[in-house]
Design a protein around this ligand. Structure first.
Ligand SMILES: Nc1nc2c(ncn2[C@@H]2O[C@H](COP(=O)(O)OP(=O)(O)OP(=O)(O)O)[C@@H](O)[C@H]2O)c(=O)[nH]1
Ligand SMILES: [Mg+2]
Length: 290
């Protein structure tokens, strides 16, 4: 049995979370066209009779602007520390030395994944890029993929498994994550916010599921609080006559029901917590720090 931790690292928006969802065949983590969607180091577990891979989805490697960014970067780097095999995801448009340097420092057997090859118009250029990445000692292989269209994923798994150590399985076979359901419920709401609202709103938002009550009969009751930094943001979130919040609730509820496979009554509250992104106590309370 091959067993180990695989951290998926890279800049914001390269497609790390999309890859994790595709590999698990399950929509587990939030994906959006905006950068900095992922804030936690999230484990997703893939088990077959030959291997168990514990994937760590990570926040993008970025220059920190807030305390929140700082803890996001720390959590990406701690995933790098934990990993048996780091997977560095890049885009197919030129070499990215900055992330190569950061990940190379760990000196671990690394796989470079060039994502979004569906956008490549110059196959020669891609070939050259693959060769360039192969020159680094710590890079064991370079795999071109399209996470969105599930291209190259079997090859990627094969490469990862070949680099993993032998061992005993770490988690039960049927487990796909060690995070509780309520965490993923909050993530679904956050994902919808990334899709529904513009500019600063998604970044100024944190979601906490306060109640998750599984009733014997009928719908589960879920109450979530959406935190924003100012009154003006609260107004935008709620919208005229509560229309926008209602729309958010409807979209989130649909995905939550699909995720937990049960009908849900979803209650959303919006609260202001001034400058929470710079507030270490708040960040800790909502487990952005580990
Ligand atoms: N064309 C194309 N788009 C992709 C591919 N993979 C992901 N995307 C898109 O890229 C955007 C970002 O995807 P995410 O999976 O959220 O990226 P991420 O790296 O997790 O981003 P952060 O969590 O913000 O660091 C989304 O709009 C995806 O649909 C791909 O293979 N091809
Ligand atoms: Mg992500």
């Amino acid at each position: 049995m091959k067993v180990g931790y695989v951290a998926i690292l890279g800049r914001p928006n390269v497609g790390k979370s999309t890859l994790l969802n595709r590999l698990l065949g399950n929509k587990l983590v939030a994906v959006s066209p905006k950068p900095q969607t992922t804030r936690h180091k999230i484990r997703g577990i893939l088990t077959t009779k030959d291997y168990q891979i514990v994937f760590l989805d990570t926040p993008g490697i970025l220059e920190p602007r807030y305390t929140l960014h700082k803890v996001m970067l720390d959590s990406a780097l701690s995933a790098l520390n934990e990993a048996d095999v780091p997977v560095l995801m890049v885009e197919p448009f030129g070499i990215d030395m900055d992330v190569v340097d950061k990940v190379g420092k760990a000196n671990k057997p690394t796989v470079i994944v060039i994502n979004k090859v569906d956008l490549v118009k110059d196959p020669e250029g891609l070939k050259n890029l693959i060769e360039e990445y192969k020159k680094f000692d710590f890079v064991k292989d370079v795999v071109p993929i399209s996470a969105l269209y599930s291209v190259g994923l079997a090859k990627l798994i094969e490469v990862i498994v070949s680099l993993l150590p032998e061992g005993e399985i770490l988690y039960p076979e049927d487990m796909i994550s060690d995070y509780p359901e309520r965490f993923f419920v909050a993530e679904i709401i956050r994902e919808k916010i990334f899709h529904l609202y513009r500019q600063e709103i998604p970044y100024a938002t944190a979601v906490v599921v306060e109640d998750f009550i599984e009733r014997e009969k009928g719908k589960y009751y879920i109450r979530a609080v959406i935190y924003v930094e100012r009154e003006s943001e609260k107004k935008i979130l709620i919208g005229k006559g509560g229309q926008k919040l209602k729309q958010l609730g409807q979209r989130a509820r649909k995905d939550i029901e699909a995720f937990i496979n049960h009908p849900v009554y979803l209650e959303l509250w919006v609260k202001v917590k001034k400058d929470w992104r710079r507030d270490p106590t708040f960040l800790q309370r909502f487990s952005y720090t580990s």
